[in-house]
Design a protein around this ligand. Structure first.
Ligand SMILES: Cc1cc2nc3c(=O)[nH]c(=O)nc-3n(C[C@H](O)[C@H](O)[C@H](O)COP(=O)(O)OP(=O)(O)OC[C@H]3O[C@@H](n4cnc5c(N)ncnc54)[C@H](O)[C@@H]3O)c2cc1C
Length: 446
């Protein structure tokens, strides 16, 4: 008799799941999720992600029950809980998805020491396994996206896997407790594979083809919104690529965007310390102003595009990619505050927050990461005029500007005095030209 553990981590689905697919071939299988004290008690567990996680585990449990099984949920240290189950149920094999953080590597090493066959499945969280591609000129990872993508595109991807039809789970304790805590954002999206698959299907059917033309248009909100599902693995990236195909310019642009996700994962896999340290230091001596940081965090900078984006984050636990670029540039280059402070605030609120994507994107924007033009600044007014022509995005999140003429909505300080004073909206907190000079001088000195 063989008994396996399918250890779920960031792959909370029954379809196209290499871990579950392989573990289900044993005579008996324990589908296990451990609420890891190290994560649940850390600040990485925010109210938005806890809510999404609860939805996702409840949905996974329901799908496993439809197949004669169930989800076993334990709380504690992952390896200790796995070890307990190994002893109590004569487990012969453990299956888990490969992941890139330092924490995931340590977990994998400790699981290996349990003396049971450990199968670590690549291409489960990523489409192309991190560090499976290396530059022809040498080095253990790619530091530039374009050559990475050229190779990434040519990799043969595994086929999409079916969900197991039946599972036999031994008698074992561990029901799903209530995980929700704190106050999630009021317009937070729902989690779970069922919801994720519906979103993926409608995106592949009727969203993706226009992606190349509209993905940057802030008010259209025409991106996939699949990032939290990709983060928790309630949608498989391999299946998603398969579903959208490459038949349209939109689909090709979208798949390229998914490759960015793998790109950042391979950077973090190779340089785990860049979760907290500059990937390429510019020897910045960041300003420390709490007052400026709080104005940014609370959406009171006086730059409508920045403030609207920060309010979107608050309201939805999610932010449009173009808006993330603008607010991150504003914090790290215009205010010249440490990118880690901004990244930390995103960790507190984003439902899709992912160590690799968040930290490496913040570093990319701050110019301490992999951007080949590290000193470029996203001017908030120019970005707003270009990507929110009518000001509809700004007005959606800043009702105080709802009646402002679109010609002035991105620069309300240019309104006639009486109109400007009647608005309940702050003046710009910083002069953009002075800030740009300060930043250029700071970077020149280094
Ligand atoms: C400062 C900053 C912080 C970010 N933090 C995160 C984060 O914590 N988690 C996260 O998933 N994404 C992050 N991103 C990337 C991107 O903003 C989001 O993936 C995207 O906005 C999610 O919305 P969507 O699913 O509708 O994206 P779509 O435009 O539909 O893109 C499809 C998918 O491609 C991937 N993707 C797109 N752009 C990027 C990118 N620049 N880097 C990596 N993957 C990308 C995502 O998985 C996304 O779901 C960040 C970007 C910036 C500039």
């Amino acid at each position: 008799m063989t008994t396996s553990i399918a250890l779920f981590t960031r792959d909370l689905r029954v379809r196209d799941n290499p871990v579950l697919h392989a573990a289900a071939a044993a005579d008996r299988c324990v589908p296990l999720f451990v609420l890891d004290d190290a994560i649940t008690s850390s600040s990485f567990s925010n109210a938005n992600r806890a809510s999404f996680l609860h939805d996702s585990l409840a949905d996974l449990d329901a799908s496993l029950r439809e197949r004669g099984g169930r989800l076993v949920v334990r709380r504690g240290k992952v390896v200790e809980e796995v070890a307990r189950i190994v002893c109590a149920h004569d487990v012969t094999e453990i299956h888990v998805a490969a992941d890139v953080s330092r924490y995931a590597h340590r977990r994998e090493e400790a699981l290996r020491e349990l003396g049971v066959d450990l199968h670590v499945h690549d291409a489960s969280i990523n489409a192309v396994p991190p560090l499976s591609l290396t530059p022809s000129g040498g080095g253990d990872h790619f530091a530039v996206f374009t050559p990475y993508f050229r190779k990434w595109e040519t990799v043969h991807r595994r086929g999409v896997l079916r969900a197991p039809q039946r599972l036999t789970v031994p008698e074992i304790s561990g029901d799903l407790p209530q995980l929700r805590h704190g106050t999630p954002s009021p317009d937070l999206t729902e989690g779970g594979e069922t919801v994720g698959r519906k979103l993926m299907a409608s995106w592949a059917r009727s969203g993706v083809d226009d992606y190349a033309d509209v993905h940057d248009a802030l008010a259209d909100d025409a991106t996939s919104h699949l990032s939290p599902h990709l983060h928790f693995g309630t949608v498989s990236v391999t299946e998603l690529i398969d579903r959208v195909g490459t038949g349209s310019e939109g689909a090709r642009a979208y798949v390229r965007q998914l490759a960015w996700r793998d790109f950042h994962h391979q950077v973090l896999a190779a340089r785990p310390e860049s979760a907290t340290e500059d990937y390429r230091t510019r020897h910045d001596r960041w300003r420390r102003s709490d007052r400026d940081f709080e104005a940014w965090r609370d959406g009171r900078t006086g730059y409508p595009i920045v403030d609207a984006a920060m309010r979107q984050l608050d309201r939805e636990g999610w932010m449009h990619n173009r808006a993330r670029l603008v607010v991150a540039s504003f914090l790290s280059k215009t205010l010249y505050l440490d990118w880690r402070r901004g990244a930390r605030h995103f960790v507190d609120l984003l439902v899709d927050c992912d160590l690799a994507n968040n930290q490496m994107n913040w570093q990319w924007v701050a110019g301490t990461g992999t951007d080949t033009r590290p000193n470029r600044v996203h001017n908030p007014v120019a970005q707003a005029v270009r990507y929110d022509q009518e000001g509809l995005y700004v007005k959606r999140y800043l009702p105080e500007l709802a009646d402002v003429d679109p010609r002035h909505v991105h620069e309300p300080w240019k309104l006639p005095d009486d109109e400007r004073k009647a608005l309940d909206y702050p003046p710009p907190m910083v002069d953009l030209r002075e800030a740009a000079d300060r930043f250029a001088a700071a970077r020149r000195k280094r």
